[in-house]
Design a protein around this ligand. Structure first.
Ligand code: SAM
Length: 143
C-alpha cells in the first residue's frame, strides 16, 4: 500500500498519524518513507531565493503560530521565515516586513497551471488560498 502526500511526509503531514495508527493495529506492517520536495524549497527555487547561508537560521511555522513568535523571527535579520497556510498572518507579516524593511515572496498553487509567485508587498492579503507559502529570507543588505 502507498500513501501519497504533499511535499515531504515529515512536515505538517498526516502521514505519521496514519502510519502509527496502522502499526498499532498491525505490528508487522513496515513503513518506508520516500522524501519529498517541501513547498518552501519549491518556492525558493521558483523565485530564485537563497534560503540560508551558514550564518543564518530559519523559523518554519504555520498561520496558527503565535504572532510574537513570527514577529521575533522578522525582528532578527539573520532569521529567515517560512509560513505555511499563512491565513491572517499574511497581512500582519506584510505590514511588519514593510516596517522592518524585510522583503519576501508568496507562492500559491505551485506545480499547478494556476501557480502564482508574488512579492510579499504585492501579495493579496484576502486571497489566502490553503496552498500558499510565504518566505521572508534573512536580511542580507547590512552584511
Ligand atoms: C499540510 S501542509 C503540507 C506541507 C508539505 N508536507 C511540505 O513538505 O511542504 C500544507 C501546506 O504546505 C504548503 N504547500 C503545500 N503544497 C503547496 C503548493 N503546491 N503551493 C504552495 N504551497 C504549498 C502550504 O502552505 C499548505 O498550506
Amino acid at each position: 500500500m502507498a500513501w501519497v502526500t504533499l511535499g515531504d511526509p515529515g512536515i505538517y503531514s498526516t502521514f505519521w498519524l496514519l502510519a502509527r495508527a496502522v502499526q498499532s493495529r498491525r505490528q508487522t506492517v513496515g513503513v518506508e518513507v520516500v522524501p519529498g520536495i517541501v513547498a518552501f524549497s519549491a518556492l525558493a527555487a521558483r523565485a530564485s531565493v537563497e534560503l540560508l547561508d551558514d550564518e543564518e537560521y530559519m523559523l518554519l511555522a504555520t498561520g496558527r503560530a503565535r504572532w510574537e513568535v513570527v514577529e521575533s523571527a522578522l525582528d532578527d535579520p539573520r532569521c529567515g521565515l517560512v509560513l505555511y497556510k499563512p491565513g491572517e498572518l499574511l497581512g500582519r507579516t506584510k505590514l511588519a516586513g514593510r516596517a522592518l524593511g524585510r522583503r519576501g515572496v508568496v507562492g500559491s498553487l505551485l506545480g499547478t497551471p494556476q501557480a502564482t509567485v508574488r512579492t510579499l508587498e504585492e501579495a493579496d492579503e484576502e486571497a489566502t488560498a490553503y496552498l500558499t507559502t510565504v518566505i521572508v529570507p534573512p536580511e542580507r543588505g547590512s552584511r
